[in-house]
Design a protein around this ligand. Structure first.
Ligand SMILES: [Zn+2]
Length: 207
């Protein structure tokens, strides 16, 4: 599943994976959970992610290869946040040699909408619980809501710039394939989810 930061990709990937009873494989989660032996590599990966940058391709590919070999991914999986660069997309085809088709769903959202969405994300200053747009105070403890630190405007712009620069070529890489589908992400979550399900079903069947 592809889409820029703020497109709701994580939420949609989670939901789709649940409906299809397959694991959602998020590179971010896997990186955070992975017991990376090499402390220096782990620190470097974390520093890069905190700054809104991307981690080494080889590191990520190795982690994804390991994750996709796990028994719970044998019937399929949803990749969220991978591949992020062409240098990750090309090895992914080889990883999946025996497991085609790779269905590619791109969630498209206009940039102005993304900036609005990313800037409106808030968390509780006291307990860190994420808040929805409608809340005035923290739903968990009544605390004051503040913008998420990594959603400061400069960071938002940097994330979108990095996405455009490194991930847009990936969309072009997949676009001509018969298994590529584009979905309009600028509509209610329910509609996006229905469109994603229909898009995948049009390639591999199912509902
Ligand atoms: Zn709170």
């Amino acid at each position: 599943m592809l889409g820029p930061p703020g497109a709701g990709k994580g939420t949609q990937a989670e939901r789709f994976a649940r409906d299809r009873r397959v694991p959602r494989v998020s590179t971010g989660d896997v990186l955070r959970q992975a017991q990376i032996e090499d402390e220096a590599t782990h620190r470097r990966a974390k520093l890069l992610m905190d700054a809104g940058h991307l981690v080494d391709d080889d590191l990520v590919i190795g982690i994804v290869r390991h994750r996709l070999a796990a028994p719970d991914a044998s019937a399929g999986f949803v990749l969220d946040g991978f591949p992020r660069t062409l240098l990750q997309a090309e090895p992914l085809d080889h990883l999946l040699d025996d497991r085609q088709p790779l269905v590619v769903v791109d969630i498209e959202v206009p940039e102005a909408t993304l900036v609005d969405r990313l800037r409106s994300r808030r968390v509780c200053a006291s307990c860190g619980t994420p808040a929805t747009a409608a809340l005035m105070v923290c739903g968990a403890c009544g605390g004051k809501l503040v913008p998420r630190r990594d959603d400061d405007f400069a960071v938002v712009q940097e994330r979108l710039r990095v996405y455009a620069e490194q991930s847009q070529p990936i969309v072009e890489f997949y676009r001509r394939r018969p298994t590529f589908r584009s979905v309009d992400g600028d509509q209610p979550q329910e509609s996006v989810a229905a469109d994603i399900a229909a898009a995948v079903a049009s390639v591999v069947g199912g509902r």
